[in-house]
Design a protein around this ligand. Sequence first.
Ligand SMILES: [Fe+2]
Length: 226
Amino acid sequence: MQRHNIFNQIHKGLRALLFDTALHLQRTDFTNEVEAEEALNKVREAVLLFDEHAQKEDAFVLPAIAEFEPSVVATFQAEHVKDMALSNQLTASVETFFLQDAPAQKILAGQQLTRSFMAFTVFNLEHMAKEEDLVNTILWRYYSDEVILGMQQEIVRNTTPWLNDFFSKWMLRGINTAEATSWLQAVQATAPDVVFQTLLNKAAEELPGARFERIASALADGVPTA
Ligand SMILES: [Fe+2]
């Protein structure tokens, strides 16, 4: 039986954020002020969302497995500390960039920033894969899908709305059409209408027209798409 993967949707969103930002950095001419500012803003957004994500896992997911597998919890807490060090290094690279005036220095600072972002990306791709392997195995052993889904909903309830808004944008960009349809159907069935309409509008903005049409028609018919 396919079990509920608490990380699936959020990690797909976070990977979309990493890939998009990494590609954007590669294409940035750091001597162009507008391009550089845009790239730095994307890096800041990534740092913000990854920090928030790690804090929520520390608060709502790791405690659920602590009594069964304390050593696994210790390993992931240590990884979150390493992640924080990489975020701090990235933030320092962003600040260093702003201290540069000469074009040649800006190019060098841009290269340094790009390297820091790649290190952050590599670490987080491996970290997320490990969570999906090890943490899921433990969650599935000790908890029902209903309880696991409850943990996921608890995280959303305890996240500031404007941050949820950023996460939703990246999740919509990172998941497939069937997943987006199920997500919207679940929100339609359980959340206030204003929350559903906001997410639906975001889906219309973020997804290519043909994909959004498939979701909209499934919502109208009340059946899941494949
Ligand atoms: Fe995670």
